[in-house]
Design a protein around this ligand. Structure first.
Ligand code: BTN
Length: 253
């Protein structure tokens, strides 16, 4: 049972032992009119989804695999802001539940010692410019040991257990993250994206650094200048030209 401190987030929880993807269930519930703050959590995903059509390794009992339904009254193009908001909430939740200090790599990978411990996947149900619901998927590697990761992930992925040397309670972690998310979401609805952006930038590990950005069509090298009010990354290449990047993989060589 979750000892939740929240008012709306996670008041309705769908807990599942094994699912293909919590995103899929949340999409169905949202389509059926589930209320804002409805949470789907699973012990295992057999078909976890990552960004850019990748898969997400989600083994049994070791991680937090969850999807949260939001119904914000915002235009379509502002949805990426919610991804950045979520990244801030997850960083702050991890900070409260452990003594780790994670950073954020644009747009929403959470890193500890340069290894990825969390991924966030935001999906929308929308008609024209009107958002019907936003499904925020959060995957956190919590208690995995090194051997639990497939070999190809070991160099770049890690878990809270590996980084802190201590097992972490997943229920407590979820409580902290939902509490932070609800606070930040309220702040966002009241005051807009600016305060969230300032927090996000304070955790960002890539800003001011030379990065490599691989988009679907090109690879760019340059300095990460910051993000716009829409949550888009600004990159200055070596010729001084500024590029706006909506979707890419970032490496900090
Ligand atoms: C990424 O590629 O970094 C995003 C990974 C998102 C994984 C989470 S786990 C819970 C939710 N259900 C899914 O199938 N994916 C997201």
């Amino acid at each position: 049972k979750l000892g939740l401190q929240t008012k709306i987030f996670g008041k309705s929880v769908h807990y599942e032992e094994s699912v293909e993807s919590t995103q899929k269930i949340a999409h169905r519930l949202a389509g059926d009119g589930a209320s804002e703050g409805t949470l789907v959590v699973a012990e295992e995903q057999t078909f976890g989804k990552g960004r850019l059509s990748r898969s997400w390794h989600s083994p049994k009992h070791t991680g937090v695999w969850m999807s949260l339904i939001l119904r914000p009254n915002i235009p379509f193009h502002q949805a990426p802001q919610l991804t950045l908001l979520t990244a801030v909430a997850v960083v702050q939740g991890i900070e409260e539940a452990t003594d780790l200090m994670p950073g954020i790599k644009w747009p929403n990978d959470i890193l500890i010692n340069q290894k990825k411990v969390t991924g966030i996947l935001t999906e929308l149900q929308a008609e024209a410019d009107r958002i019907h619901s936003v499904i925020i998927g959060i995957g956190i590697n919590v208690n995995q040991k090194n051997d639990d990761f497939p070999e190809d992930l070991r160099q770049k992925a890690s878990s809270l257990f590996i980084e802190s040397g201590q097992p972490v309670s997943r229920a407590r972690l979820i409580q902290h993250i939902l509490a932070k998310m609800e606070q930040l979401y309220q702040l966002y609805l009241d005051k807009g994206f600016t305060p969230i952006k300032i927090l996000w930038e304070s955790y960002a590990v890539s800003l001011g650094k030379e990065i490599k950005a691989s988009t679907l069509t090109e690879t760019l090298y340059g300095k990460a200048l910051g993000i716009t009010d829409e949550g888009v990354l600004l990159l200055e290449d070596n010729a001084g030209q500024i590029h706006t990047i909506y979707s890419a993989d970032i490496e900090i060589p």
